[in-house]
Design a protein around this ligand. Structure first.
Ligand SMILES: Nc1ncnc2c1ncn2[C@@H]1O[C@H](COP(=O)(O)OP(=O)(O)OP(=O)(O)O)[C@@H](O)[C@H]1O
Ligand SMILES: [Mg+2]
Length: 508
């Protein structure tokens, strides 16, 4: 029996022999024969080795960008790698949000898809040269390799690889850092640092969990959003662009903007906050739209303030212009110029094209959300079904919404003051923003009792203010009516006097 020392000794000499033969082969074997040998050895190998291998290099072609397939595979294998591989490489993605774990070179992990087993490995080609290169891709030729039995060739190439790439892309999108974009003025669209949209990291804490509204309505909206986000095939089947329009309307402070943030957080979408007054015309609007990415929400806040959206208002403006024109043409011209500079020339038809024209089908999986405080001011063409698929009214705080706010802000589900708050909420209008403000403790001394009492006082005050306002309005109305009646009587008296004078003149 060989001792340990003898085993190592014979292993060492065997290695030395192999190295020697390999060096002789490299130095003296004619390179022309090299190719032939490799080809024949591959044939023999494929005869006795029934597996197929596909490689996915990190850099492809001339580009210096990492191959999209490689990145997707890295993400896809992240889960398997972290479970199976012993040596792992941690990559913190740009935004420091997530860590991608990938296997080190020469590690291997297995994957199973529809009962087919596959082996993934990571490796790199070491370049055969001495010089230093500036380009990482020239030095590091990393690749992933998948190995599978040749009887699954068709299934793997057709289905499995698509599954890997789709899944990897999905993981990357899910884990990316989301952004909030705002449109730049078109003067910044050209030149060195050209960009149509500026962005910041989108981190808003609002979720549907923290949004107070009637639970049934909230659930409906969430279901609608989730169904939309999974309906790629359905939209393709019915021949519709994969997008959906929401109109959120209601008084200020009822949670319209908060709901948009909750939508973005639910679906993990980016947000494009489109400021229409900074858009010069319809062409610019279209360019901005093309530059948005999929999985995003395009928001136009206060749509009634951004644009002259009704034919009526256009007419009114014209009439006003006519009147002033007669008085002072120079002044009118100046006013016109100022008006043009101030407001955007985006028209209603431009906006409608933006929503459902051919261009809107570029890029997919997008929500378009409009908000307004005055839904009655909007042109019916803008909000008809199909354009704005769902109209959501966000209204004053009701009892159900109050209970949710109490749960969020005070962590209580019942209290003896709840009944009183419920009654007061029915009698007066208070926005969720105001209710939330009253419920929020401002110091550690303020407990649930204190905050609820404060809310009750605020509601009673609001009720009193509303009563006084109604009285005041009624008073103003009666005064106005009395004044009108007095004027009318005066006129009639005056007319009566004139008539008698005319009669007297006739008789004389
Ligand atoms: N339904 C709600 N649930 C929870 N918090 C709310 C709700 N509505 C309003 N708030 C609170 O009130 C604040 C103002 O709400 P938000 O900005 O969403 O109102 P808005 O409807 O967009 O108002 P505006 O019409 O003026 O833009 C938010 O910061 C949020 O904390
Ligand atoms: Mg808002």
């Amino acid at each position: 029996m060989m001792t340990m020392g003898e085993t190592w000794g014979s292993l060492g000499s065997a290695m030395a022999t192999i190295m020697f033969v390999w060096t002789m082969y490299k130095n003296y074997f004619p390179p022309e024969l090299n190719g032939q040998i490799i080809r024949y050895s591959q044939k023999i190998k494929s005869f006795i080795y029934p597996y197929i291998q596909i490689t996915f290099p990190e850099y492809q072609g001339d580009g210096f960008e990492r191959s999209k397939a490689y990145i997707a595979i890295e993400r896809y294998l992240d889960k398997n790698s972290s479970k199976q591989a012993r040596r792992l490489k941690a990559n913190v993605v740009q935004d420091f949000e997530s860590v991608v774990l990938s296997m080190e070179d020469h590690e291997e992990v297995t994957d199973e898809y529809k009962s087919i087993k596959l082996w993934w490995s990571s490796s790199q080609d070491i370049p055969n040269r001495q010089s230093i290169s500036f380009y990482p891709r020239e030095d590091e030729k990393r690749y992933f390799m998948v190995t599978f039995h040749k009887r699954h060739r068709e299934f793997i190439t057709k289905n499995y690889l698509k599954h890997v790439l789709d899944e990897g892309k999905d993981i990357a999108v899910r884990e990316r850092q989301r952004k909030l974009y705002t449109n730049n003025k078109s003067e910044n669209w050209y030149g060195y640092k050209r960009s149509m949209w500026s962005h910041v990291v989108f981190k808003h804490p609002a979720t549907f969990g923290t949004l107070a509204m009637e639970p049934k309505k909230k659930q409906e909206i969430m279901d609608d959003l989730i169904t939309f986000s999974k309906a790629e095939e359905y939209y393709a089947k019915v021949g519709k662009a994969w997008k959906r329009g929401y109109l959120l309307y209601g008084p200020p402070g009822t949670g319209k903007s908060t709901m948009i943030a909750a939508m973005a957080n639910l679906l993990k979408y980016d947000v494009y906050d489109l400021e229409l007054t900074a858009v010069k015309d319809n062409t610019e609007l279209r360019k901005l739209l093309i530059d948005t990415s999929s999985k995003s929400i395009i928001v136009i806040e206060d749509i009634d303030c951004s644009l002259d959206l009704t034919g009526q208002r256009e007419k009114k403006k014209e009439q006003k212009d006519d009147k002033t024109e007669n008085k002072d043409p120079a002044k009118t011209e100046m006013m016109k110029q100022m008006e043009e500079n101030k407001s955007s020339q985006v028209t209603l038809s431009g906006l409608l094209n933006f929503i459902d024209g051919l261009w809107s089908a570029c890029g997919e999986e997008r929500l378009i959300v409009f908000t307004t405080n005055h839904v009655e001011k909007l042109d019916p063409a803008l909000i008809r079904r199909g354009r704005m698929d769902r109209h959501i009214e966000l209204s004053y705080c009701g009892f159900e919404a109050f209970k949710e706010l109490a749960k969020i802000y005070l962590s209580i589900e019942s209290h003896y003051l709840f009944a009183q708050v419920g009654l007061l909420l029915e009698e007066t209008n208070m926005t969720p923003a105001d209710v939330a403000e009253n419920l929020m403790p401002k110091s550690t001394a303020e407990d649930a009792d204190f905050c609820l009492e404060r809310l009750v006082k605020a509601l009673e005050q609001a009720k009193e203010d509303a009563r006084l306002k109604v009285e005041e309005e009624a008073k103003v109305k009666t005064e106005k009516e009395e004044k009108l009646r007095a004027n009318k009587e005066e006129d009639e008296k005056e007319k009566g006097k004139q008539d008698t004078t005319v009669d007297e003149v006739k008789n004389t």
